[in-house]
Design a protein. Sequence first.
Length: 424
Amino acid sequence: MFDVREKPKMVERALLVRVVFSSEELEKAPYLLLELEELVTTLGVGVVDSIAVKVRKPQAKFLVGTGKAEEVIELAKAQECDIIIFDQSISPAQQRNWEKDSDISVIDRQEIILDIFSRRARTREARLQVELARMEYNLPRLQRAWTHLSRQRGGGAIQRGDGESQLELDQRMVRKRISALKLELDKVVVHREVQRKRRMKLPIPTCSIVGYTNAGKSSLLNHLTESEVLVEDKLFATLDPTSRRLEMPSGKLLIVTDTVGFVRNLPHKLINAFKATLEEAILANFLIHVLDVSSPEVEEHYNTTLEVLKELGADEIHRITVFNKIDLCEDRAYLGELKAQYKDALFVSSLTGEGNEGLLKTIDALLVNELIDVELLIPHDQYQYVSRLHDGGIISTQKHTDEGLILIGKFSPVISDIVKKFRI
């Protein structure tokens, strides 16, 4: 199977392909192909050309019709491309069909993202999760590696060609590795749960910086906390969460965490793979949602981030919306339109520091509310919730009464449903 990491010298010239099924999709195609180009160049692959192919409906063999497929293959060969990269997922069968007819390596956006994640993951859990996602992606595609070997099917079920025997052996090895990874991850998750409970006991509120990849989240973290977290003009420069301590103008302390950037059509397996990273957002007292105001797709990025947060169950956590990179936006009329549309949003530049003072004041005011103790009354027949309240909160007072147990303390947003149920 093609692997960018194993054959970097072979992958020098790429043709990018986006298949569209409507005029509306065709209008958006240039921005989507530009984002794919950014993903591909992150791996050091040169993009020779990109093309949007419009079809009425998906076709089983190539996703596009045979005639369109021939046109794409001719263009790739004319440009002397080493690889064709699709912006959407293609099935293992479609992948084999393209490679058979073109004699060129063919992969999709999902494999590109997997490879970027493989290179950027740093923590043990992130590496395990990425390997698991890659194994699950590779399993139905193993046949690609053995199409050059014979597969004799005559003479009964036990008579098989060398290719089929080797294929079955490889599939067995991959399934075994997937099982081993899942067992190892279970142990890592248990350890992480213990660490999380310890963090939640600390009397310091937390916030997570979330947003579309390359929106300037790490730069904002550096500017606010005067730290030196890695900042690169690349997609997915940050995969593992990075936390820094921030002292507010009022003297209050806050733990700020930079999380992995979101992206459109992120493979679902990778959302699961990085749930450990993204859970930092779920556990935060509030979120700072950073957007790149200089991007023509800023509103699409806003919606994508909200969709991912909803999938994680973090969409109801209080958010501070921050439009970053105002130093790159020369159209002040456009800025005015955004300010009118997003009335509560803040506009800053993590490069020049413009607007950061207002952001700090907003955070400080929010912390005052977050630090207020909440009083709960747990009826005697509802004591099954007490342990969860202890795990997810900092209890300052506990008192037994005739009506039930009174708890006073500060509680994580992750158990907000229980807090609402018993709040006095």
